[in-house]
Design a protein around this ligand. Structure first.
Ligand code: BDR
Ligand code: CA
Length: 310
């Protein structure tokens, strides 16, 4: 089995990412490491622990950072509900958090697997950046970091800022320049695999062990947008990113030199993607350019089958 760590800020699409990873029997989820982001840390950490427990994921859940490296935390509760789970109340976990901090667990697990560990980071990159700063040789032990964050085009939280990067651009800059191979799933790619409201409802209409949770999420997300008949689409950014680890035919990537805008008046939080080598620097990131929604849909089908049986 492939060892992975899921760094996340659950979060609605983070919850899908956790479920998708869990339903794939090829992964050995070594840890889930929550970080502050979509909502305050007290909620993201609680949600991570409660989700792991509810889904029966045999893993460590280790607390990470309760705020970005340098700037103040800004959240997105209007998208994910005040508690991050769209108002849905998860059953309280019977287990406890790991005794170690997220960055120490990342390092410990990376050392155990001698270069095989993959980190999927689908929240602000604070925990991963702290691990990189604290452990100078972490790069020798991590195979790659696949992130949901940034954009090769426009943003969602500001004109050019994608939420995860915008929340902690300093952490993102550390990760991009860590020397560890990074694959970036930005909005330009994830949005190509948006799902319709019918598809989302079809998932929560199915009888599975996670039906209640999916119903709760759908109810809220579509409630915000005007109900079941709302004709728009939803993008499960974080689950698409996990999907790439399951099957790389989900996406097509292109190398670029990526740096993070930390001072721009209009472009703060932008991931500046230099595909043509115009700035004279070697590429440091594989940037997802295309995602194939039919591959993603099949993965979600597989996930639902798993939760039908388990
Ligand atoms: C990202 O921001 C969060 O709100 C989502 O969970 C996702 O990780 C999308 O910009
Ligand atoms: Ca997230």
């Amino acid at each position: 089995k492939r060892p992975i760590i899921l760094d996340c800020d659950p979060g609605v699409d983070d919850a899908y990412a956790i479920m998708l990873a869990h339903s794939n029997e090829g992964f050995d989820i070594r840890a889930i490491t929550p970080v502050a982001g979509n909502v305050e840390f007290k909620h993201t950490s609680r949600n991570a622990l409660d989700l792991a427990d509810m889904l029966g994921i045999d893993t460590r859940v280790a607390k990470g950072a309760d705020r970005p490296l340098i700037i103040e935390l800004q959240t997105a509760g209007e998208i994910h509900g005040g508690n991050g789970m769209a108002g849905y109340t998860l059953p309280m976990a019977k287990r406890e958090f790991d005794e170690m901090k997220a960055w120490d667990v990342i390092y410990e697990e990376a050392r155990k697997f001698k270069g095989e560990l993959e980190i999927v980071a689908v929240g602000p990159l604070t925990n991963v950046a702290i691990a990189i700063l604290k452990y100078g040789d972490l790069k020798d032990y991590v195979k790659r970091i696949v992130i949901m964050g940034g954009s090769a085009t426009v943003g969602n939280h500001s004109q050019y800022g994608e939420f995860n990067i915008w929340v902690d651009p300093h952490a993102a800059e550390i990760v991009f320049h860590s020397g560890i191979p990074v694959t970036m799933f930005g909005l330009n790619a994830t949005r190509q695999s948006a799902l319709t409201s019918e598809e989302m409802y079809a998932m929560s209409d199915m009888e599975t062990s996670v039906q209640d949770l999916l119903k709760g999420i759908n109810h809220y997300v579509f409630g915000l947008r005007g109900g079941k008949d709302w004709g728009g689409t939803i993008t499960l950014h974080d689950a698409i990113t996990v999907g790439y680890l399951i099957d790389e035919s989900l996406a097509e990537t292109r190398k670029a030199y990526v740096t993070c805008e930390m001072t721009g008046r209009n472009t703060y939080g932008q991931t500046v993607t230099d595909f043509k080598g115009l700035c004279g620097k070697e590429p440091n990131v594989d940037v997802a350019m295309v995602t194939h929604v039919e591959v993603f849909r099949n993965m979600l089908k597989g996930m639902l089958e798993f939760y039908k049986a388990n």
